[in-house]
Design a protein around this ligand. Structure first.
Ligand code: ADP
Length: 299
């Protein structure tokens, strides 16, 4: 079983001709409200593939919190671990201009109130999970507590997004650490050596995780472990919106690891899931079922 520990946000999206300057008002399109946040996205992505999935997260006692709970339940996610209150539900205010560029303001809200004590209170859920997946849209000390609460033999998967330097204790637990190019650059900091992603993967591995996956968009991914670095090809598709590709990739990989796949097999499956997701608009709306992944053709 898969447990996702992470954020849940309402994404509030307005299309604009151009962004307002300070003190200015512009008119925009009708408001669109979408369930989002990396934790909520990963849980929906895994459940839609057929994974038995639970979410440990915090939302406000408000309408956006109910929207998030409803979308999790509709996808089949176990929401017993979704806590309510402490602050309003996290929100992302997104304006999109005609060229498709986003400007985003995030209010973490209740996500910032998911505490180590919440993790300790959910210790039974954490210990019962074969794979636990986290991101960094919640406090880092909460992620540290997750690592400390893992059952022996269970597996921890981390997508450090938004990226920041990680304590050795967290790095050592990752199997794998999953990063895109931007996240790899921030975590490597000064130690970034050249432009070759294979070098980044090796350098990241030397920092302590048991394995590393570097995602490279349309170029697929790299898998690095003690056995070496292998390349995972992407599937050639017509991409229309890459939102949520990384979340669906991580969720699919975490689920497949829990079913006994090797890291390379799990990453190859995850690349197919990410490829379907980029052919559709939106985040949670774009995540495929296992049948849709099966039906994807092309190399
Ligand atoms: P993130 O969204 O975190 O930046 P990526 O863009 O690297 O992550 O995408 C995650 C994975 O989704 C990639 O490793 C790849 O397998 C798949 N993917 C992303 N974009 C494309 C694309 N244009 N064509 C095919 N697969 C893609």
């Amino acid at each position: 079983d898969l447990l996702v520990v992470g954020s849940a946000n309402a994404d509030l999206v307005i299309g604009v001709e151009r962004r307002p300057a300070a003190g200015e008002t512009v008119l925009g399109s009708d408001l669109a409200v979408h369930p989002g946040g990396k934790g909520a996205n990963q849980a929906v992505a895994a459940a839609r593939l057929g994974a038995r999935t639970a979410l440990l997260a915090r939302v406000g006692d408000d309408a956006y919190g109910r929207l998030l709970l409803d979308s999790q339940r509709a996808a089949g996610v176990d929401t017993a671990g979704v806590l309510e209150g402490g602050a309003p539900t996290g929100v992302a205010l997104i304006t999109v201009d005609p060229s498709g560029d986003n400007s985003i303001v995030v209010s973490p809200g209740a996500n910032g109130h998911l505490t180590p004590a919440d993790v300790r209170a959910a210790a039974g859920l954490v210990r019962a999970s074969r794979v636990v997946s986290a991101q960094l849209e919640i406090p880092l000390e909460t992620v540290v507590e997750v690592v400390r609460s893992l059952a022996p033999g269970s597996r921890f998967v981390l997508n450090p997004s938004p990226p920041r330097p990680l304590p050795a204790e967290v790095l050592a637990a990752c199997d794998p650490l999953i990063v895109n190019e931007h996240e790899a650059a921030v975590i490597l900091g000064e130690e970034r050596s050249g432009a070759d992603p294979e070098d980044w993967a090796r350098t990241l591995l030397a920092r302590g995780p048991r394995s590393v996956v570097v995602t490279l968009g349309a170029q697929g991914a790299l898998v690095a472990s003690a056995e070496g670095v292998t390349r995972v090809p992407s599937v050639r598709v017509d991409a229309v919106d890459t939102t949520g590709a990384g979340d669906s990739f991580t969720a699919a990989l975490a689920w497949r690891l829990g079913t006994g796949s090797s890291l390379a097999e799990a990453a190859a499956y995850a690349a197919r899931v990410g490829a379907v997701a980029v052919t559709r608009r939106g985040a949670q709306e774009s995540f495929p079922t296992a049948d849709e992944v099966e039906a994807l053709t092309g190399e």
